[in-house]
Design a protein around this ligand. Structure first.
Ligand code: GLP
Length: 254
């Protein structure tokens, strides 16, 4: 494992393999929960955090971490999929974490993708975040186009929870989780960039060569809404956990 500082508050940790990746990320979560048993965690979906969630389940089963007072907020949900739909993010979270540790169901929050008034749902989610937040540690993945949550390129950094049209590239990338591309929802409800930036600490996770360009642009490029994750350059406490392929285009490593 190698650690680099891009600048004060923006550190990059390059891990050797999948096991090291999951275990280092889990260390950050467990350390926080040990120090602050009622911590608020911001959670992400996708393939990248799967190893982290599996590691957290393992540590919970070994009695090393207690989630009984932890509160969680997920970043996003697909519009039109209800929480029981197998491809909904609520179901993903239940399958990989919520049902396997002692998180209380009432302490786990996701926006609802089936609310009749989705904008009212977005406002409800923001109000809840304000009431229970700030998020102590926000876990983030990154899209190939540098989206964070479902904040696609062009999303203002001032955005709060909102309804978005997914880009063709995101629909394509996420179609691997569905029987066919046609089944991928065209919209999502997502926390905005301003909401994400309010977290006390952010841990951005990225694996694989497909993320290398997004990681380079986000950490070393210009801060611009065209690269949503570049907003993280303005945050005071970001830890980026990457494998070697995802880190391969960073000039700091050359
Ligand atoms: C999805 C999610 C994001 C996630 C991204 C990357 O679109 N909404 O929160 O970070 O994809 O996913 P993966 O980790 O599968 O590459």
């Amino acid at each position: 494992m190698q650690r680099f500082r891009i600048r004060e508050g923006l550190d990059v940790v390059v891990v050797e393999d999948d096991a090291g990746f999951a275990s280092f990320a889990a260390d950050q979560v467990c350390q926080l929960v040990q120090e602050k048993p009622d911590a608020v965690l911001g959670l992400a979906t996708g393939s990248t955090p799967l190893g982290l969630y599996a590691e957290l389940v393992k540590r919970y089963e070994a009695g090393l971490v207690d989630f009984s007072q932890v509160r969680t907020f997920n970043l996003d949900e697909y519009v039109g999929l209800d929480g029981d739909h197998p491809q909904s993010y609520r179901q993903y979270m239940r399958q990989h974490l919520f049902d396997k540790v002692n998180l209380r169901p009432e302490n786990t929050h996701l926006p609802s993708g089936t609310a009749t008034d989705l904008w009212a749902e977005a406002a409800r989610y923001d109000a809840l975040l304000k009431e229970l937040g700030p998020i102590d540690l926000q876990i983030l993945g990154i899209g190939e186009n540098a989206h964070i949550a479902f904040n696609e390129p062009g999303t203002p950094f001032s955005s709060r929870t909102h309804v978005v049209d997914l880009t063709e590239s995101t629909i394509e990338a996420n179609s691997r989780f569905f029987a066919s591309r046609d089944e991928v929802p065209r919209q999502a409800i997502t926390m905005g960039i301003a909401s994400i930036l309010e977290a006390r600490h952010v841990m951005l996770l990225a694996q694989g060569i497909k993320k290398a360009e997004a990681i380079r642009l986000s950490l070393e490029g210009q801060t611009t809404p065209e690269v949503p994750a570049s907003a993280l350059q303005t945050h005071p406490s970001v830890l980026v956990v990457v494998d070697k392929p995802a880190a391969s285009q960073l000039t700091i490593l050359r």
